[in-house]
Design a protein around this ligand. Sequence first.
Ligand code: GUN
Length: 282
Amino acid sequence: MGTVLISKKTAANLFKESNTLLEELRSKGVKPGLAVILVGNNPASELYIKKKKIACDELSITFELLRFDEKVSQEKILQTIDKLNNKETINAILVQLPLPKNFDTPKILNTISPLKDVDGFTAFNLGLLNYEKEEIVSCTAQGIVRLLESTGTVIEGSNACIVNHSIVVGRPLSQLLLNRGATVTICHSKTTDLAMHTKNADILITAVGKPKLINGTMVKSGAIVIDAGIAKENGKTVGDVDFESVKDIASYITPVPGGIGPMTIACLVFNVAKLAMLHNSA
Ligand code: GUN
């Protein structure tokens, strides 16, 4: 059986690293602050936000949650972001995705100041990534690469396959892997033969939210399989990978829960600390 890649230790190390940065700020009398904008009451978003708040509380980061009914106007959200961009006590702004369908998500995300863009979703920060400048990088994408690197895996020269094409995971992750010398394939709902691509991957990452999307017949022997999918099946939280059929084929496999989730949260507090350092070094 391959190694089950639990992220607890790697996430805890990053928490410690973030806390060192935060202590430096505290010694200067600076208290970093994260503002989270939540529109509507998507249950998955509620759960993510709860975890983000616990992590911020643990590291004494001010956590300001701004909740809006899904009938709120887009203008109100844009005005709120504008105020937060100018608020001295807030270093980091996060708009929880997905937003309700009638919102112009790119417009909203790009109203966030790149200097407070904790998710790295603005065109500016995503653009920097294309220039191999990894300043503020998507928490899930960054968490996946940090966890991969913790295994000593050689990314350079590998074939990586990502099943997700969003700006939250797939697009920034493709850049991070490309920056490290991988040959990257991105699969999505229009991909005609998913297995053809996944079977060729030395590193396979999936983040779709479809239980059992990836089974043992779709995985190359010895591949590293990272499961960032989240769905509910019979009341249980599960990923995209049929764990039982893949675990003996993969060299490493992440569980759900306990795999990528804790890395995403650890990268969020790291990004808050990094932005607060930037904000206070000027
Ligand atoms: N929804 C799911 N994952 C994320 C994330 O990392 N950031 C934001 N803003 N929304 C999300």
